[in-house]
Design a protein. Structure first.
Length: 231
């Protein structure tokens, strides 16, 4: 009887652990070898660049899952500009990544021989999103130094993150069920502050399918689309 009870308890714990692990929804592919291609466009629909993202590692510890993504940024002529790696995490019902990974590293190429210090928050997407949800804010501070002298110091903040709709989005990569999120984006330096807006369409197991960059009055500045997906 004791042995039977122990076996039953073991199975119960395994089932509970599996159920808990499944509570966290990845808003990104989590299979090694999966590849996403994001194409960026200006407001007139002309290609400005391409980002290829490949899952190169997956790690599961208890109920937490993390994937490592190699991101290759190219210009409109497919000339490689930068290659970076980022880690995406799914733990305790929240999918997240470091705000540092939100930054297009090609923007910092001019400072590659200088000291760059970035400190920021995680951008989080709780499981069970629904229309009307308000998500947490996030920010990052970037300091560029040359021989100890601060040359640049700016802060990027995303706020007022709200799930405004659940929509079906079709691109050349397919048709996806997405949650639409809108938010405010502020870039602040010592001499100026720029306020813009943004919208993104996120799909479970896929990631960002579409995004739009808007000026403070809501006028389109540019957009991005998921153009290829290899599961």
């Amino acid at each position: 009887m004791r042995k039977l009870f122990s076996s039953f308890l073991f199975l119960l714990l395994v089932a509970a652990s599996t159920s808990f692990a499944q509570d966290c929804k990845m808003y990104f592919p989590d299979k090694v070898g999966s590849v996403r291609e994001i194409t960026n466009y200006d407001k007139k629909g002309k290609v400005t660049g391409i980002v290829s993202q490949e899952i190169i590692a997956r790690d599961v510890v208890g109920a937490a899952t993390s994937v490592t993504v190699r991101s290759t940024t190219s210009d409109k002529d497919n000339k490689e500009l930068s290659v970076n790696e980022m880690t995406l995490n799914c733990k305790d019902g929240v999918f997240s990544f470091d705000m540092e990974d939100y930054i297009d590293k090609s923007m910092l190429e001019a400072y590659k021989d200088m000291e760059i210090v970035m400190t920021g928050d995680n951008v989080a997407y709780p499981s069970g999103l629904k229309v009307g949800d308000k998500l947490s804010n996030a920010s990052i501070n970037i300091v560029v130094k040359n021989q100890g002298m601060v040359l640049m110091n700016w802060t990027i903040t995303i706020s007022n993150r709200i799930v405004t709709a659940q929509e079906s989005i079709t691109t050349s990569a397919g048709t996806f069920s997405c949650y639409k999120l809108t938010y405010d984006l502020q870039t602040k330096t010592r001499i100026m502050t720029i306020n813009t807006k943004a919208a993104e369409w996120m799909s479970e197991g896929v990631g960002m399918v579409k995004s739009e960059s808007l000026d403070k009055n809501g006028k389109l500045l540019g957009y991005s689309l998921l153009t290829k997906l290899k599961p």
